[in-house]
Design a protein around this ligand. Structure first.
Ligand SMILES: *Cc1c(COP(=O)(O)O)cnc(C)c1O
Length: 380
């Protein structure tokens, strides 16, 4: 039996329509202003996003809005002094953007394995991989679950190496009661439309507690110009400016982010109670708050399960089908610290189920029922 209405993996149009009047008014305000790049909307968004990331026990971080999450990571790495020839440790089980940013900075990605339960950087694997050429560590808060930051930061401090958090999938996630992005030296966010906070185009941001480091990112964002040295570059930079229209849209959506994250957590709890027992559910470590950018289960015979759901009108995804170290572009240019056993196994088992803040509990139940119906298929 097919379900009445298809259930998509994400529904960006529904999210827009839910806020259509506010978003249209924000866009109109910018169009009318005559100022389209790096203006008051971007400045206001930077302050508001920094406030969103403020830890309960400290000041709001500094914030620089940039053109994408990839740029956020690239500029953060450069601001931390990463140079051509350096090595940067990260995971292979991530969006390729993490590795692309490291290469943009001229460095070589060195991949370590992940913890198979949280799918984030395994601190035990990290300890063995740090070497004399390591210049930075980039843990990824994949799917919205924080990496185990305390041991990662301890290893980094011991070695005197900066930590740059890839928070592209984890806006609002918390580790030990403090938001991700405020633990490491810099935190990097993406506002790609599907992310928990998404623009209607590209966008990104870097946050950090050290004002000097944050200012270095700001300099790199626009050709190395300072406010008093426009058109005269102090350092070699690039153009990673954010549009005023995107900033104005992000300001509207930011006001809903906490409620949307809460909705994602409720849907995840609903999945947890309704999914059949043979479906391996994502974990949430007791010291962490997961924001379920993606709801990723593990199943046997994944491709057949995915095909079964597709036939019933249920959209799924695989994040990601080929680990970065096995992709053609990175087979030669990257290094692997040790056999990536968990990374390679996960790629064949993971399946992202529909998850977005406009989804209903009934739809979650329909997905769960469709999965239960898949059992004969995978046993045959
Ligand atoms: C989306 C994403 C990025 C890159 O962000 P863009 O805005 O698409 O450049 C980086 N890292 C991870 C883990 C992501 O999911």
């Amino acid at each position: 039996m097919a379900i009445a209405e298809p259930i998509p993996l994400v529904d960006l149009r529904a999210q827009y329509l839910a806020l259509k009047d506010e978003i249209d008014a924000a866009v109109a305000r910018v169009l009318d202003s005559g100022w389209y790049i790096l203006g008051q909307e971007v400045r206001a968004f930077e302050a508001e996003f920094a406030a969103f990331c403020q830890p309960p026990d400290g000041a709001a971080p500094g914030c620089v809005a940039v053109n994408s999450g990839t740029d956020a990571l690239h500029l953060a790495l450069r601001a931390c002094g990463v140079q051509p020839g350096d090595q940067v440790i990260t995971v292979s089980h991530t969006a390729v953007a993490t590795a692309a940013a490291i290469q943009l900075a001229g460095a070589t990605p060195v991949f370590v394995d992940v913890d198979p339960e949280t799918c984030t950087l395994d601190p035990k694997a990290l300890a063995d991989a740090v070497g004399p050429q390591t210049r930075a560590i980039v843990p990824v808060h994949l799917y919205g679950h924080p990496a185990d930051l305390a041991p990662i930061l301890a290893i980094a401090r011991e070695a005197g190496i900066p930590v740059i958090e890839d928070c592209a999938q984890a806006h609002g996630a918390q580790y030990r009661g403090r938001p991700v992005g405020t633990w490491g030296d810099l935190g990097c966010f993406s506002f790609y439309p599907t992310k928990n906070l998404g623009a209607l185009g590209d966008g990104g941001a870097v946050i950090g507690r050290d004002p000097e480091l944050v200012e270095r990112v700001r300099l790199l964002r626009e050709y190395g110009w300072t406010p008093s040295s426009r058109y005269v570059s102090q350092v070699p930079g690039l153009n990673s400016r954010l549009d005023e229209i995107q900033a104005a849209i992000l300001r509207v959506k930011l006001r809903h982010l906490r409620a949307w994250n809460e909705k994602r957590r409720e849907l995840a709890a609903h999945y947890r109670t309704h999914l059949p027992a043979w479906v391996h559910r994502p974990v949430e470590r007791p010291d962490s708050t997961h924001v379920y950018h993606l709801y990723v289960v593990r199943v046997p015979q994944r491709d057949r399960v995915q095909q079964h759901l597709r036939a019933k009108g249920i959209g799924t995804g695989i994040h990601y089908p080929v680990p970065v170290h096995q992709q053609p572009a990175y087979q030669a240019g990257a290094q692997v610290a040790h056999p990536l056993v968990h990374t390679e196994r996960l790629a064949g088992e993971i399946l992202s189920l529909p998850m977005h803040p406009m989804m209903t509990p009934t739809q979650v139940e329909q997905v769960a029922t469709a999965l239960a119906d898949a059992l004969p298929t995978i046993q045959s």
